[in-house]
Ligand binder design. Structure first.
Ligand SMILES: [Zn+2]
Ligand SMILES: [Zn+2]
Length: 605
């Protein structure tokens, strides 16, 4: 709990201040004299003179680094501290690990202040009461899990990290069970979900289970976000459920950090400081003596490489999965027959449209966009370029009639409608993800595979596993598998799945059949190592001038990929995480003399 008069000890004399100038070249504490009468402490937002101007900054604590001439802190901007010493330790860890200015980290971790919400802050704090837990045995779902006992023990009174792979129909209940164990031990919990809309089933089930003791910290406007943050800081809630920024929630007596759908790409922040929720959660749990649980049907390669104890269903709880070769026109007769008896189903068909133009009907040349040479796709009755959006015209002769190779969600919707006894609906772009109705088959892609609760579908089909190999990006296969496993899980508890693949022995297919990605992950580790970007390495994309390459080469990184044009150099660098602090020190120097322009940590590969 952040308290204006207890935990934030009032300071005076020389203090280090993080000036709110988020530049790597200025990323160090500046010393100011803090007058006692201001009543400021660690985390206080203050105003200081900086390079002749008034600037905001945060008090970091007493310092012995005394400059010859010391300016005074001018005033306190807010009576509500932005952080306490424990979260400051986390912010410092982030600043080092991601080579990001501390001011950037604080700016991302603390919501923008809305001064009028701070009125009556002290009263609000006095109001905060912790209700006692009702003792309902909601941990019981975990009794069917291997490795649950050490997990519950640790959550109750210890610390550590675990990887949980809930059975599909238990995804939400396992989160509730873990949080129950945490509250029973008298500590508080933070649950991170990857998305806000539609509200993940895990979030709504937690809210239902814990009522007034729980709060959602996701979405919403600036004012409501800041109000919720103040209430959390005042200790009003025992369970905070939110997206990425909730990992920084000012929760005291933290016992559990639970990441739902840990392998979801949205757990990674796409703006500076480019942190990953998984790593920050692990670091915070370590710093605060709490337990971190990484939960997913298919954890990330990173999570699986960390070697944490696993928590998995004691008996197989995975749908029967049949692998068939894609038949003519992309549909196996086995699948078409299965559709005839399906009342509720999901067909995973990630490509839009009804097919791809192969050849010009007028001149016989391979089809390509007349404007840009891009791929031409048939969708909604028209052929358009997927690159530039122009209407489809032949690059060689300008004609607009093409021989099309059928495929894509529209095509699937067409043939599935003819095969199925119930309506088939294709989820459109921007249409809200949902489970099929009581007599309905849905056609959807990756964006439609969300945490929507137990599916109980008759049939889930993954139409084109081979597609994953054609996707760009080092983590494309891993991401595809995670999505497919979540979709296949919708066939629990009574249904089955059909997977169309031309290489049934591929570890990615076998992972789907077994409901276990271990062998696939072992193969991924080899593949990533061979590509020079090993799982667990720290990866940075650094932009700078022509001296950058030789400066970075001096670190002898595992990998250094360089692209240069017009005096600008972009380097992709992979190295042992233990060497990042030394690299960070050098990058800060190089930023100060203009060699380094931008540092992006953990880019999507
Ligand atoms: Zn084009
Ligand atoms: Zn032509």
């Amino acid at each position: 709990m952040i308290s204006a008069d207890s935990s934030a000890e009032r300071l005076s004399g020389p203090v280090g201040v993080c000036v709110d100038r988020p530049l790597l070249s200025l990323d160090r504490p500046f010393t100011y004299d803090l007058p006692a009468e201001l009543g400021a402490g660690i985390g206080s937002l203050v105003q200081v003179p900086f390079h002749g101007r008034a600037s905001r900054g945060w008090v970091l604590g007493p310092t012995e680094d005394l400059p010859k001439r010391m300016l005074a802190v001018k005033k306190v901007v807010s009576t509500v501290p932005s952080f306490d010493d424990r979260r400051l330790a986390l912010f410092r860890w982030m600043s080092e690990r991601y080579v990001a200015p501390l001011a950037t980290v604080i700016g991302r971790a603390v919501p923008p202040r809305v001064a009028s919400e701070e009125v009556g802050w002290e009263q609000r704090e006095a109001e905060s009461v912790r209700t006692s837990h009702d003792g309902e045995p909601r941990t019981s779902v975990l009794t069917g899990y291997r490795g649950a006992e050490p997990l519950v023990d640790a959550i109750d009174h210890g610390h550590g990290a675990f990887v949980a792979r809930p059975a599909p129909e238990d995804e939400q209940a396992v989160a509730v069970g873990a949080v129950t164990a945490c509250l029973a031990g008298g500590r508080r919990a933070i649950v991170l979900v990857p998305e806000a809309d539609p509200l993940p089933a895990t979030a709504s089930m937690l809210q239902e289970a814990f009522g007034d003791r729980a709060v959602l910290f996701l979405g919403g406007g600036k004012r409501s976000r800041y109000r919720t943050w103040l209430e959390i800081a005042a200790g009003r809630y025992d369970v905070v459920i939110g997206t990425r920024p909730a990992v920084f929630a000012p929760v005291e007596e933290l016992g559990l950090l639970y990441l739902a759908r840990e392998s979801h790409p949205a757990h990674r922040e796409d703006r500076a400081p480019y942190y990953h929720g998984r790593d920050v959660a692990l670091a915070r749990a370590r710093l605060e003596g709490a337990v971190c649980v990484l939960a997913a049907a298919c954890p990330s390669a990173e999570a699986s490489a960390l070697g944490f104890p696993a928590v998995t269903p004691a008996a197989r709880r995975w749908p029967p999965v049949e692998v068939v070769r894609p038949g003519p026109a992309g549909r196996a007769s086995r699948l078409v027959r299965a559709l005839a008896t399906t009342r509720r189903g999901f067909l995973f068909a990630p490509l839009p449209g009804s097919g791809v133009a192969q050849v010009c009907r007028a001149c016989g040349e391979p089809a390509a966009c007349a404007s840009c040479g891009g791929l031409l796709r048939a969708a909604e009755g028209a052929v358009t370029c997927v690159v530039c959006g122009a209407a489809g015209r032949c690059r060689s002769c300008g004609a607009s009639s093409f021989g099309v190779r059928r495929g894509g969600a529209e095509d699937v919707e067409g043939w599935a409608s003819r095969a199925a006894p119930v309506p088939v609906h294709r989820l459109r772009d921007g249409e809200r993800a949902r489970l099929p109705g009581s007599a309905e088959i849905l056609v959807g892609g990756a964006d439609d595979v969300r945490d929507l609760g137990t599916g109980d579908l008759d049939l889930v089909a993954i139409l084109d596993v081979d597609l994953a190999d054609r996707r760009p990006g080092l983590a494309a296969r891993e991401r595809s598998l995670a999505t497919w496993m979540e979709a296949v899980g919708w066939a629990r508890p009574r249904g089955r799945a059909i997977v169309q693949a031309s290489s049934p022995g591929d570890p990615i297919v076998q992972a789907l059949v077994r409901g276990n990605p271990d062998r696939f992950h072992a193969e991924e580790r080899t593949r990533r190592r061979d590509a020079g970007l090993p799982v667990g390495a720290a990866v940075f994309r650094i932009t700078g001038d022509e001296h950058l390459e030789s400066e970075l080469a001096a670190f002898e990184p595992a990998t250094l990929l360089v692209t240069a044009s017009e005096g600008r150099t972009v380097c992709l660098l992979a190295l042992d995480p233990e060497r990042v602090p030394v690299l960070g020190t050098r990058l800060r120097e190089l930023a100060a003399n203009g060699v380094v322009e931008r540092v992006e940590a953990e880019p999507h590969l």
